[in-house]
Write a new protein. Structure first.
Length: 496
């Protein structure tokens, strides 16, 4: 490849060399140039001019380009890729398919082989999908002075349900999400179709402080949901887990602390902050574990239980939970924490790693086997997502009384289910028992967890309204509506 310097090219042209070459190579890493786009047209058009003037038939190739993305810059990487696709050249070489070392995060896949958003979107829908995504992330930036609720992780399961409720009430909603979880783009498209311009989407990462600064500036309330959500993934890569959950939350807190009048902040913590609860004597029957202490069984676990972080996920969420409470104390942020048990419902793209109720329901519907880790007698109090949305909004409304406190949140003792019991319920719904395989227990899995929600109830008047049976039916309806109609090949699909 030749060096794309206009002066050199003119000289090569004047000496007749350009008529003898087949291709001219250009190489620039796009993260090293001024952001703002239109880099290639400006650069390449000038080269075509020179080639034409010297009657050269050479092609122009971009022999090396790319955009570094150590995690927080998916949008910039996607833009750079699309701009390169549109460059007026015969071919381009993108650097690289996979990262080779930590300092060169330019790959479509990271060092662990996980696809970056660019790779996932390309594989799922080609450049069409990438363009759609960028178009979505440019919508709805004016709120007519009415204020906007910020939801980090708002394209996820809980975020989508919360956004839909707020939008349904006529509010403006800003979602900040890096779409790292498969299924989130489906949620986002659904929200955009339902609610039009009042939904604003920012394809950004909570590790990017400036993106957060901009997002909180005019927010009237903040729901911080974005997180690395799986215990299993946290065991594989604890640093990655901490970076998103720990540093991401602290980033947000710091940006809120800068504001003259910080808006209410609600943080979605987890029951995992209480550890394995191994000291609680249990009895076991055919389908479930139960607490031996009848009084505790009737009430559930309350907030006086000492915190005992277990698993990297437990540690990173627990640290964030404590930071939020401390920022409320030390810097007077109007912030509160909900320590949540298992939430389930529509828009949940549950997997084996997280979102087990939705995962079981999806597998049962698709007649696929379900793997149970442990003996399946583990008990949880499950909470239908609409009830959680009620709780989040009540927490916002009562923030002056709730600030600086953490509240256990779940279906409570009246909405408990063991894995075995859920399988039986799904079997009844489908008139056929799901196929099940048993594997070893997973690290730090609680045998029993049921929330005592009395403290939150007393403070806000909230109570769960949806029974397990009704909630499962509503999730089932959503799953049915999700089933793909007979496949239509998508245009622009590419193989990776
Ligand atoms: N679902 C549950 O049962 C449950 C239980 C306890 C706590 N929680 C907490 O509730 C919150 C929401 O959970 P969910 O079930 O909706 O999960 P989810 O995975 O559906 O949603 C999380 C969202 O965060 C986004 N995200 C992840 N990393 C990000 C990053 N670095 N920057 C920006 N966005 C990022 C994801 O793309 C996703 O849209 C999480 O904080 C989770 O820890 C959930």
């Amino acid at each position: 490849g030749a060096v794309a310097q206009a002066g050199w090219l003119e000289l090569l042209g004047a000496r007749g060399v350009l008529r003898e070459i087949d291709a001219l190579g250009v190489q620039v890493r796009l993260d090293t140039v001024e952001p703002g786009g239109h880099f290639w047209p400006r650069r390449i058009t000038a080269l075509w001019d020179i080639l034409l003037r010297h009657e050269s038939k050479a092609e122009i190739w971009i022999t090396h380009t790319g955009h570094a993305n150590a995690g927080a810059h998916d949008r910039a990487q996607i833009r750079a890729f699309l701009e390169t696709m549109d460059a007026p050249v015969q071919r381009f070489y993108w650097y690289s398919a996979q990262d080779r070392d930590e300092s060169e995060a330019t790959g479509l896949f990271d060092l662990r082989g996980a696809p970056r958003l660019l790779a996932r979107m390309l594989a799922e829908g080609g450049p069409v999908r990438l363009r759609e995504l960028l178009a979505l992330s440019q919508r709805g930036r004016s709120h007519n002075g009415k204020g906007v609720a910020l939801i980090t992780g708002g394209a996820g399961f809980i975020g989508t349900n919360l956004a839909a409720r707020l939008l349904g009430e006529g509010r403006n909603v800003r979602i900040l999400d890096n779409l790292c979880r498969p299924g989130t783009e489906t949620n986002l498209r659904w929200l955009a179709n339902q609610f039009g311009e009042r939904i604003e989407f920012r394809l950004a990462d909570v590790r990017d402080r400036l993106a957060l600064r901009d997002a909180v500036a005019d927010a009237t309330e903040v729901f911080h949901l974005a997180a690395q959500v799986a215990v299993t993934s946290s065991l594989v890569d604890p640093l990655h887990d901490f970076d998103i959950n720990g540093r991401g939350t602290l980033n947000l807190l710091e940006e809120l602390r800068r504001l003259d009048k910080p808006p209410p902040l609600l943080f979605t913590s987890t029951n995992k902050v209480y550890g394995g609860l191994d000291d609680l004597p249990l009895v076991v029957n055919d389908t479930r574990y139960e607490l031996a202490d009848p009084d505790l069984r009737r009430r559930g676990i309350d907030e006086s239980r000492p915190i005992a972080f277990c698993s990297p996920y437990g540690c990173s969420k627990g640290a964030s939970d404590q930071y939020v409470l401390d920022f409320a104390r030390t810097f007077h942020l109007p912030a509160a924490v909900l320590r949540m048990s298992c939430i389930y419902g529509p828009h949940q793209f549950g997997t084996e790693d997280q979102g087990w109720v939705a995962h079981f329901a999806r597998q049962a519907l698709a007649r696929q086997p379900i793997v149970i880790y442990g003996d399946g007698r583990q008990v949880r109090d499950i909470l239908f997502v609409e009830d959680l949305v009620d709780a989040l909004l009540l927490a916002r409304d009562h923030i002056d009384g709730l600030r600086g406190h953490a509240f256990n949140m779940g279906g409570g003792p009246r909405n408990t289910v063991s894995l075995r019991e859920l399988l039986a319920e799904l079997g009844r719904m489908h008139n056929r028992p799901p196929e099940v395989r048993y594997e070893n227990w997973r690290a730090s899995d609680q045998r029993y967890y049921v929330s005592d929600v009395a403290r939150f109830q007393a403070a806000t008047g909230w109570a769960p309204r949806t029974s397990v049976t009704e909630g499962l039916e509503r999730m089932h309806e959503w799953l049915l509506a999700q089933r793909p109609s007979p496949a239509v090949p998508e245009r622009g699909r590419v193989a990776l």
